[in-house]
Design a protein around this ligand. Sequence first.
Ligand SMILES: Nc1ncnc2c1ncn2[C@@H]1O[C@H](COP(=O)(O)OP(=O)(O)OP(=O)(O)O)[C@@H](O)[C@H]1O
Ligand SMILES: [Mg+2]
Length: 486
Amino acid sequence: MFGRRSTSNAPATTPVPAGAGAKPAPRPTTGGAAAAPPRPPAPAPRTGSAARGQVSKDKVDQFNLLKMRLHRKLIDQLDLTRMVGEEETLREQVKELVSQLADQENTLLNFNEKQRLISEVLDETFGLGPLEVILQDPSISDILVNGPKQVYVERRGKLEITEVQFRDNSHLMHVIDKIVSAVGRRCDETCPLVDARLQDGSRVNAVIPPLAIDGACMSIRRFGADPITWDDYINFKSCTPEIRDFLSACVKAHLNILVVGGTGSGKTTLLNNLSTFIPDTDRIVTIEDAAELQLRQPHVVRLETRPANIEGKGRITIRDLLINSLRMRPDRIVVGECRGPETLDMLQAMNTGHDGSLTTLHANSTRDTVARVETMVMMAGFDLPVRAIRQQFASAINVIINAQRLTGGPRKIISVTEVTGMEGDIVTMQDIFAFEQLGVNGQGKAFGQFVATGIRPSFLERLKSSGCEVDPGLFQRKVLVTDDSE
Ligand SMILES: Nc1ncnc2c1ncn2[C@@H]1O[C@H](COP(=O)(O)OP(=O)(O)OP(=O)(O)O)[C@@H](O)[C@H]1O
Ligand SMILES: [Mg+2]
């Protein structure tokens, strides 16, 4: 059920300093790392009520006490200064020591219990403690820790409670501290909100008391472990080959594209996939709050924002980076998300020769998007009439793609819309492709069909003159794919 432990030098979950990037860590092939020793059987993050109650609470408490005792003894006895070598070697040495310490205990443990004990003490020592077992499961996309005793995960679009628990709040705080200190940040009463990132690109947000009333909370958005590709989009019926090919032509022809959707709807994943269509010859500048994009092109400059320091100074925003990027001769600018004053700068950049730029924006629907942009621009204090903002928008954006997480979990591209211009004070748009939801099935999952709406985009000539011609037959009104999967 679980993937194998990472064979890289550092565990997949080791936090890395901000700016070190979300590209997959190089995997050394020396020292037998390519064939790491198999991990002892680890307990599954038991989910659901059936699994709960299998082990009596007393037994769990005893096990945890024993684990704590061993961990403490281990720390007392370890002389890290004398321990040298690759992590796998260190793990082996520590494993041996834990095994000896476990034998010295008076508690009777069967083989499986002993292996589990060793594995959990190793997780505490080298990884993120109780979270390690979840982090090794590639089917888990989000990990949501609500205080020390409640950990939810999202798998295939559905939230599930797990039986993973921390000993207490200070145990959880220790794990949070381990993550954030590795990226040069801290999380304490003066700084109770913090963003960080794990080496595999997973995005981490922590909120601690007093802001989090019931104990520290942590949200981890898994990323990079098993990235979603265009093939997945087609297999999951998140999109159709026709829509993919159309989007590919739009990106190659330097149209400006905006991905919109709600929280966790798949905007960043889509942006990542759209970027795969950018030719290798272009110079790309990416700008993000937390580096999640994984561009594979050779000529990419990656920029990441920086929070203020303890004195409240030195903050570098998306807007600062965007303005700076214009002096870096980009062919394409990819901004992870526009959510503040940078929105207007992004529109201006798109209007002033930086065609082919891509970004995302939080909006509940395509129709909502213009109003969201107006609000963001006005809240940023720019004194512009609404009509001027709309004009900027209409002339900057060519295509809006709406990503949504539908009832029951499936994530889909629910519309691909062309922005055609302005009529009076109104920004005009037309849907080219759409997902028509027809209902919700017995399992509570949305079903429906992808359709070509019958409308031909007005930029077909532009696609053609850029060498990205698409078959006009693609736009004839028809059902492309029906999704009625269970
Ligand atoms: N088409 C898809 N099918 C299945 N899972 C998907 C799909 N697209 C994205 N996901 C998963 O959904 C989760 C959220 O995706 P993503 O981070 O792209 O969303 P987002 O809209 O950018 O979220 P946020 O608003 O938090 O920035 C990720 O775990 C991702 O792997
Ligand atoms: Mg995102």
